[in-house]
Structure formats: C-alpha cells, structure tokens
Design a protein around this ligand. Structure first.
Ligand SMILES: C[S@@+](CC[C@H](N)C(=O)[O-])C[C@H]1O[C@@H](n2cnc3c(N)ncnc32)[C@H](O)[C@@H]1O
Length: 239
C-alpha cells in the first residue's frame, strides 16, 4: 500500500487503513461486486497507475487475488490491463490472528473450510466437513453464517460431534484486529449459531486440542505437536 497512488477496495477496509490511505486516491466499492472491483483495479493499473487492491486478512485466502488471475485467464481485460505487473502481498489471515489471540490451536494439522454456498455447492461443503471430521483436523470455518445462511454451522457441529468429544475447545473470534474484537472459547457441544456472525472465524480444535489456564487466569487453547508421546522425548525438552 505504501507506494501505491490509488487504492481500490470495500469502503470499510479502506477506512481501516486510516493514515496509510492519506494522500492516495480512493476507489470505494460496496460489499459484493468483487469482479467489478478487481477489474477496475486492473484497468487503472493498465493506465499506468500504481494500484493497491485492498482485502482483509490475506489477499489469497477467500479473497481478491484469485480473481485477478481468473480475469487474466479469459476475463476480457483491455490489452493494457492484461500486461500489468502483479505483486501478491501476504497478510495475516483470520485463522492466524484467531490462533494467536487464543494460544496455539494450529500446532498440528489443520484445514480451513468456507461455509458459504454462494460459490460452492452445499453438497461439496458437506463432503469436506465430513472428511475433515474423519481426518480429525483442527478446522477454521470461514464465512460461518450470514443473514440468510443459518443452518450450515449447526450441520458442521453435529457432524464433528460424531468424531470428537463434546468438550473439544472451539474459538469464536470476532472482529479480529478491529474495534469490538471479541474472542470466546466454548465447548463444541455448546456451539450456538446465534453467537456467531459473519465477522467471526470459528476454529474447532481436534480431539487432541486442550485448554490450559495460566497464572493470570486466562484460558488458552493449544494443540500438542505430539512430541510428548514420542519415545525418549520429554515435554519441555524439544522445540
Ligand atoms: C471472504 S472471507 C475473507 C478472508 C480473509 N481474506 C482472511 O484471510 O482472513 C470472510 C470471512 O473471513 C473471516 N474474517 C475476515 N476478517 C475477520 C476478522 N477481522 N475477524 C474475524 N473473522 C474474520 C470471517 O469468517 C468472514 O466471514
């Protein structure tokens, strides 16, 4: 963002840039209309401007970077836009921010599943939820609910309860890094869809995930890496 002259993005995200946006030309877009947003950014860059396409979290995780390459690949761009240079800057995705706030829940194998059926058929999402449940992955659920979508997270909880204990820790992390940030830890059996909104990432532990309360009284979630079970290795001696 620092050397861009022009910023393209959803208005809320451009507002969050605060001082970083000063002196730059803003191209605000409403929520949705993602292809318009990306096309606009690419066409501006084709005119020779230095453009930052701003996303939340990581631009490559359920976000705009993918659309850039989709548009390169048959998206009807102008010749100038099809010749632009692209740099994808890595960001901190919601699951990493949630994990850091809550402890170390991603210490062993994990996956992410988006529960949005806008771009993915619900049957495919169900297949992935079942596979992740059987594989005992820690799972970060993105897009867990929307105003219209209320049943998918309850479905996922019920499938997971067939494969891991009801006291498996779940992290509900809302508005990470923003005003109103809220991080809660609940047992899987008590996961309630009404406690979750579209600005929440839901990280469900594996059957190995544990909570620990430290001297300050704060309860953390972690997933052991498994060293303590290895022969000849004592917990605390291995990094
Ligand atoms: C379209 S995805 C965008 C993901 C984003 N690119 C990332 O890497 O975090 C939107 C979903 O990401 C999660 N999310 C994005 N920003 C968040 C935040 N600040 N706090 C908690 N969850 C967030 C929520 O699950 C939300 O429904």
């Amino acid at each position: 963002v620092s050397h861009a002259t022009d910023l393209v993005g959803y208005s809320l995200y451009l507002d969050l840039l605060e001082d970083l946006a000063s002196g730059k030309t803003r191209h605000d877009f409403p929520l949705g209309r993602e292809e318009d947003r990306v096309r606009h950014a690419m066409e501006l860059a084709g005119q020779g401007l230095d453009v930052a396409l701003v996303c939340s979290g990581d631009a490559g995780i359920y976000a705009m970077a993918t659309l850039v390459f989709e548009l390169f690949n048959g998206g009807g761009l102008s010749d100038a836009a099809s010749r632009i240079d692209v740099t994808v800057a890595p960001g901190i995705s919601a699951l990493q921010a949630a994990a850091a706030r809550a402890g170390a829940p991603l210490g062993h194998d994990f996956c992410t599943i988006s529960l949005s059926d806008l771009l993915t058929p619900w049957e495919s999402i169900q297949t992935r939820v079942k596979a992740a449940a059987e594989g005992d992955f820690v799972i970060a659920f993105y897009n867990p609910v929307s105003k219209r979508r209320r049943t998918q997270l309850a479905y996922a909880r019920d499938v997971l309860l067939q494969h891991r204990p009801a006291d498996t820790p779940v992290i509900l992390a809302t508005n990470l890094g923003r005003p109103g940030e809220l991080v809660r830890i609940v047992p899987l059996g008590d996961l309630n869809v009404d406690d979750v909104d579209m600005l929440t990432v839901v990280v469900v532990g594996s059957s190995d995930s544990r909570t620990v309360t430290t001297g300050s009284g704060k309860t953390w979630v972690y997933t052991p890496r498994g060293y303590s079970a290895k022969e000849g290795t004592q917990l605390g001696q291995t990094v």
